[in-house]
Design a protein around this ligand. Structure first.
Ligand code: E4P
Length: 218
């Protein structure tokens, strides 16, 4: 399973890459706003900065248009910015049409805001490179987000669909582990859940004992 970091914070992206386990980055307009990025030029430059840190990994950059012509215009501009850019398109009618258009032109896409298996099926049929089911947001409304990941993986496997399942809106390390068990292709999450995977009290106490015993042999 690939690990993507879900942030537009350059320091956190650098820290995650330094760990050596990162495969890409996802962003969205809320994450860009959180970093105080303002104005089209600044937004475009920020995407390029992220691509340069991301060491060849895919970087999802989201369109903000909701009509077909606007999505195409924005998506083509984003795709031209850097070869690592994957155009993130919302799961709406014009979005699905745009994904089909981009797919025919060889522009890679990430279909975002997916909350049902039917939506995931449409995204794959349209030729999306990635589909992003938001599992944490489903959990937030008392619906089983992981069950959706399982359902999409099964459907795509049934038909050998090439779209990669990018589990998004991940909130904690168990989400990551369960996604790996279910066969998600990618998990995207903030830095903290990735760092939380490191932790185990027996590792800490075991290391403390080894170090104190090593001191006896020094
Ligand atoms: C996906 O690509 C989104 O950027 C993201 O995972 C949404 O996560 P959130 O529900 O924590 O905002």
């Amino acid at each position: 399973m690939k690990f993507f970091i879900d942030t537009a914070n350059l320091e956190q992206i650098r820290e995650a890459y330094d760990l050596g386990v990162l495969d890409g980055v996802t962003t969205n307009p809320s994450l860009m706003a959180k970093e105080g990025i303002k104005g089209r030029d600044a937004v475009m430059k920020h995407y390029v900065d992220i691509c340069e840190i991301a060491q060849g990994g895919d970087v999802s950059a989201e369109v903000i248009s909701t009509d077909f012509a606007g999505i195409i215009r924005e998506g083509e501009e984003l795709a031209e910015l850097h070869p690592q850019i994957v155009v993130k398109v919302p799961m709406i009618k014009d979005g699905v049409k745009a994904i089909r258009y981009f797919s025919k032109k060889g522009i890679r896409t990430n279909c975002t805001l997916v909350f049902s298996a039917g939506q995931a099926l449409l995204a794959a049929k349209a030729g999306a490179s990635y589909v992003s089911p938001f599992l944490g947001r489903l959990d937030d409304v008392s619906t089983d987000g992981l069950a959706l990941i399982e359902q999409i993986v099964l459907i795509y496997d049934n038909y050998g669909m090439g779209t990669e399942v990018l589990a998004a809106s991940i909130r904690h390390p168990m989400h990551i582990i369960k996604c790996a068990e279910l066969g998600a292709d990618v998990a995207t999450c903030p830095l903290q859940p990735i760092l939380d995977l490191l932790k185990h009290p027996l590792t800490d106490s075991g290391l403390a004992k080894f170090l104190s015993d090593a001191a006896k042999t020094a």
